[in-house]
Write a protein that binds this ligand. Structure first.
Ligand SMILES: [Ca+2]
Length: 279
């Protein structure tokens, strides 16, 4: 009985090997040559064809079912792979279009940001103009004034009246109205005339009408042996208006100057008022 069992095993094994070879040959013919490794026959996927693979086939001996068309399966796989490649290509195309749309969108965002910046700048400019208009409404005419209690000179050269100068800030071209007043007299009481002259300066320019004779004196003809002579007037109140045209926007300095023909010119309680009239 043992001999018969061994014989049966040998016969079954030989049959299985033969059946496996006949089953493998058509498949290998498309993937591997005779005697070469075929992954289709490697049932346990260990990289070699050995008894384990034969055992796996033998274990399925005499079973039946629907056979798999491996070539068709390969075609299906290839077809699916091709479809996947096509879909990848379509996705790549969509991705490219998306990138282009993103670039366009970013460009539009940049342009919009630039316009927002311009609007913000214009808004700031508008606020500044509103502030300027409100300031102009509150103070429609720029003006400045000052005063001093005493000033004197003994020179015939132009001299600044100490503490009788102002600065004014103009927003537009203007005519300046310069108003000066003082109590004054020339202390020299002699046979010669003694005057006080004044003028106004806008920055380094002499305001219109240049110098004026501020203080008068009395001329008296001779009688009873006296010569023709003069007398000063003691303390008189004087005022004079100057003006300067086409004064540009900006900060300007206005001051009074005086000089004498001789003697000593004295000012008390002087005022200087400057009003800007936009032109
Ligand atoms: Ca194997």
């Amino acid at each position: 009985m043992k001999i018969r069992k061994d014989m049966i095993f040998v016969v079954l094994t030989t049959f299985c090997l033969s059946a496996l070879m006949f089953a493998v040959i058509p498949i290998r013919s498309s993937t591997s040559g005779l005697g070469e490794y075929s992954p289709w026959m490697d049932t346990n996927d260990d990289g070699k064809i050995d008894m384990y693979d034969i055992g796996n086939v033998a274990a399925q001996y005499m079973t039946s079912g629907d056979p798999i068309n491996k070539t068709a399966l390969l075609y299906d796989v290839n077809n699916t792979f091709t479809q996947l490649l096509n879909r990848i290509a379509i996705l790549n195309s969509s991705l490219t279009e998306l990138n282009q749309s993103n670039i366009l969108l970013q460009s539009q965002i940049d342009a919009l940001s630039s316009r927002v910046n311009t609007l913000e700048s214009n808004y700031s400019t508008m606020l500044a103009r509103i502030d300027a208009l409100e300031e102009k409404t509150a103070h429609p005419l720029p003006f400045s004034q000052t005063s001093t209690t005493y000033a004197a000179t003994t020179t015939t050269a132009w001299t600044d009246v100490v503490n009788l100068g102002v600065s004014i800030t103009l927003e537009e071209n203007s005519t300046l109205l310069i108003m000066f007043s003082a109590e004054a007299y020339n202390t020299l009481d002699a046979y010669t005339s003694a005057y006080i002259y004044t003028r106004a300066l806008v920055d380094a320019n002499v305001a219109i009408p240049s110098e004026i004779t501020l203080t008068p004196h009395i001329e008296q003809t001779g009688w009873a042996g006296l010569l023709w002579h003069h007398h000063q007037l003691v303390w008189g109140a004087y005022t004079y208006n100057y003006f300067a045209t086409a004064i540009a926007p900006g900060v300007h300095n206005i001051k009074m100057q005086f000089r004498v023909s001789e003697g000593t010119g004295i000012f008390n309680d002087c005022t200087l008022t400057v009003i800007a009239l936009p032109t």
